[in-house]
Design a protein. Sequence first.
Length: 252
Amino acid sequence: MNKIKGQLIIIFAISSLVAFSQSQKKSPATATVPSGMTKDSLYAHYRGIYEQASNYSDFIVAREALYNMLALRPERTGLKDTLTYLYYNSGNHVQVILLGREILQAKPDKADILELVAVSQQNLGLLKDALESFEKLFSITKDVYHQYNIASLQYMLKRYGECSENLNSIIASTDTTGEVTISDNNGTSQKVPLKAAAFNMRGVIALEINQSDVAKQNFQKALELFPDFALAKSNLDKINAQDKKTTPEKKN
């Protein structure tokens, strides 16, 4: 049932993307300026509404104000960036992708928008699209955190060889400051050093291909780097418990 539900969500997301894309091909919206007001004064009016709505985290009103501002001043492309962030913060991932694509057509190396698009694609289950976006993002930023996202997506897509290459690169990196948030088997989130997370994922891959000894070594290395790493400890405990079951007890 969960698998079917997940497929339906992906189908809905893709359908929404297509429908929304087609609607964007229409003529851009234009604002009617009431008599007695100038375009500048009306723009300032909507900007005031946007700022006040943002102060109270009323993202719906803030978005409406931004759309009016865009209709008045379509040349101010930075408004689309702000709108994309508002959609992202509200969890409207379809809109993030569509607006992001439009922004990236004009500015393909805009890393912050590309990251929002990549995360939104991942949240919608569009893993191949998310992988492509994160790969492009990493080519711009060279940030090992983005490389870890690439490895995670490759793991989910069962592209273990490519995943292992990226994990090895993260482990060999001189960057020791990076962290990633990981959930353990109980659903508890924990911030973990990237290198420790990379060792843990490398261990999980080893388990997938029935190399329990290699997996054990990687979980141990993850714990050496971060002794409080709950997921790595849980993974290591499972291997040790399995070893006890398969190893016959010695008789005196």
